[in-house]
Design a protein around this ligand. Structure first.
Ligand code: SAH
Ligand code: F3S
Length: 443
């Protein structure tokens, strides 16, 4: 490595989609500029912040971080600071107004234009703000990340048309756009030839995937799942996130006859009260959600479900919360991402009167998380002595022939095998659980 090479540094906050976007930013900069990536911001000349605005304090967090980078820029005026991600889309030029040392503001859909913006910034010393939503351009310019793993995440759609009353995503990510079907299939086929065994399909609402491809054929999410399963070597398919509203019977039937789709599903319900779901603009009822789960369990009896919950939404009474607790117990969710409601600027829910005090909100969240933890332990216990398919992704440096793999339900398993099984999907018998990791025996 040349000591004089100029470097860029990326800091990422937020969800898996943001993580993926940062990978794309890195790839596009490596391929289109002379900069190389560093994990040490002290040695970087380009500092990039990929932000998240799903919950509160996003702005404060951003300006706090920018304050630290300002000190670096005071010492080296060549440093370029670029802010991207959801806060960039939300705040736009307000970022530069408040932090005039920022050089570039780019959006969730314009990150592929970053090399160009950097070049112009250097040539003309011009400040750039581009938070537009060019349709499809991002997918078309997607540079395939270098694959060095057996499991890989790939985006299949972006954006959201649902406009849940509490959520900022439709405003920061734009309308739903599905990546062309053949692009996805080609991408995964290439990855499978390089040793990838598991794919995780990413999108804000993967199950509203809809593509009319160059062959004029219509492709839905269930068709996509079935086609990916037919790619040789792809042994596992996961996806995140899906919406109950679009969890149609054709998708449920995939669980019946496509074993590559894992027996673990993240299906956000948000609340157990129909009244609150209505206020949240979530267009399904608890009864409808339960029917989906019942059908799924018929198709795939051992399926485990995880979910997202929001507590303390405006108007949530003790009784509504009790209903949330009831559905948690009834479905027996395995895991959850649960949060106190956070009003997001510009969303319809932010105009609703906040009726629950913060002490009560914290108490509800604690009760909810305690119950989910109990249920996670239940599912953990059920795994002892069971057979589990694991994707082996790690060897242990100090212990020869010891490996770590991951089950379909996201548990890590440590085991011994005389043969090299790295990168393979194998079946192990779970013997016990020790220090947060399961131990397994090869059979
Ligand atoms: N598309 C997904 C959700 C994406 S956002 C779906 O259909 O549910 C991820 C999660 O963040 C949401 O499920 C929700 O639980 C949480 N979230 C979003 N906005 C929030 C807010 N304003 N306050 C608290 N939690 C929020
Ligand atoms: Fe947000 Fe609802 Fe879409 S939670 S991402 S608006 S489905």
């Amino acid at each position: 490595m040349n000591k004089n090479e100029k470097k860029f540094y990326i800091k990422t906050w937020g969800c898996q989609i943001n993580e993926y976007d940062s990978l794309m930013i890195a790839n596009t900069l490596i391929q289109n500029t002379s900069y190389i990536q560093t994990n040490n911001f002290f040695e970087a000349e380009i500092l990039i912040l990929n932000t998240c605005s799903i919950r509160e304090k996003a702005q404060e967090k951003l300006f706090h971080q920018l304050g630290r980078w300002k000190n670096l820029k005071n010492q080296n005026k060549n440093i370029i600071i670029a802010v991207g991600g959801c806060v960039a889309n939300q705040e736009g030029k307000k970022i530069i107004k408040r932090a005039n040392f920022v050089d570039i503001v780019f959006g969730t859909q314009t990150l592929h234009r970053l090399p160009n913006m950097i070049a112009k910034k250097i040539q003309k010393n011009k400040i750039f703000i581009d938070i537009s939503f060019p349709k499809m351009e991002k997918f078309k310019n997607m540079i395939q990340p270098v694959c060095d793993n057996y499991s890989i995440s790939i985006p299949i759609m972006e954006g959201c048309n649902k406009y849940c009353s509490f959520c900022i995503v439709p405003y920061t990510r734009g309308k739903e756009i599905s990546r062309p079907f053949h692009d996805i299939i080609n991408h995964i086929t290439i990855l499978s030839q390089k040793g990838v065994k598991e794919v995780q399909l990413l999108g804000q609402n993967v199950n509203s995937y809809k593509s009319i491809d160059t062959d004029n054929k219509k492709y839905t999410f269930s068709k996509l799942l079935r086609s990916i399963a037919r790619i040789p070597n792809i042994e596992r398919i996961r996806f995140i996130t899906s919406h109950p509203m679009n969890f149609t019977d054709d998708i449920i039937s995939v669980y019946q006859d496509v074993p590559q789709v894992v027996s673990f599903l993240h299906l956000p319900i948000q609340s157990g009260s129909n009244k609150i779901l209505k206020l949240m603009k979530r267009p399904y009822s608890i009864e409808k959600y339960k029917v989906i789960i019942q059908k799924l369990k018929i198709a795939r009896p051992n399926i485990q479900i995880s979910s997202d919950f929001i507590v303390g939404f405006p108007g949530e009474t003790e009784y509504d919360f009790e209903n949330t607790m009831n559905i948690i117990k009834e479905i027996n969710f395995d895991m959850s991402f649960s949060f106190i409601y956070s009003p997001r600027p510009g969303t319809p829910a932010s105009k609703l009167q906040d009726t629950v005090n913060i002490i009560e909100k914290k108490k509800r969240l604690q009760i909810l998380q305690k119950q989910i933890k109990k249920q996670t332990l239940y599912w953990n216990k059920k795994m002892i002595h069971s057979m589990q398919k694991i994707l082996v992704h790690q060897t242990i440096k100090q212990q020869k022939n010891y490996y770590i793999g991951t089950t379909e339900n996201h548990r890590s398993v440590f085991f011994y095998n005389e043969k090299n099984v790295l990168g393979k999907i194998i079946t192990v018998k779970i013997t016990k659980k020790k220090n947060n990791i399961f131990q397994g025996q090869c059979i």
